[in-house]
Design a protein around this ligand. Structure first.
Ligand code: SF4
Length: 141
């Protein structure tokens, strides 16, 4: 399966995503690997966790009969992909920390903050240089 869009409820909000590729793992009939292609550098641990765990959550919402056994980042600038395997309730990869399951709750908190400010308004900063690294800039205008 390629270019799988999903919308998944999480903490009372709807999160959307777009999975590059899903492979059925050979030798199984209900275990899959989710693969994301990256043309730039490797994302940091927080971004990796947010993206890959949301993809796993979104895929399981669409296809609950499947287990997401593997999450891979195909880093086109590097010789090998970064691969996380399901181990109990965690996704682990050699040499780096497991994916952080807390990120989904943090994403819900961020959605709550955006919704609050959307409803109640907020004051823009005077110096727009500060906006460059702001997580709200896509919504702020
Ligand atoms: S982009 Fe961020 S820092 Fe800039 S005005 Fe909007 S909310 Fe404030």
């Amino acid at each position: 399966m390629v270019e799988q869009k999903f919308t998944v409820p999480l903490g009372g909000h709807l999160f959307k995503g777009f999975i590059d590729r899903v492979d059925l793992i050979p030798g199984t009939d209900n275990e899959v690997a989710i693969i994301d292609y990256k043309t730039g550098g490797e994302p940091g641990p927080g971004e990796r966790s947010r993206q890959l765990l949301l993809y796993a959550h979104g895929f399981k919402h669409l296809y609950p009969e499947y287990t997401v056994r593997r999450l891979s980042l195909e880093l086109l600038s590097k010789p090998k992909p970064r691969v996380y395997e399901l181990d109990g309730a965690k996704y682990v990869s050699s040499g780096v920390a497991p994916l952080d399951a807390n990120v989904l709750a943090e994403m819900v908190d961020t959605a709550e903050s955006i919704l609050h400010d959307y409803r109640h308004g907020f004051e823009r900063v005077a110096d727009e240089g500060q906006c460059r690294d702001c997580g709200y800039r896509l919504y702020c205008g």
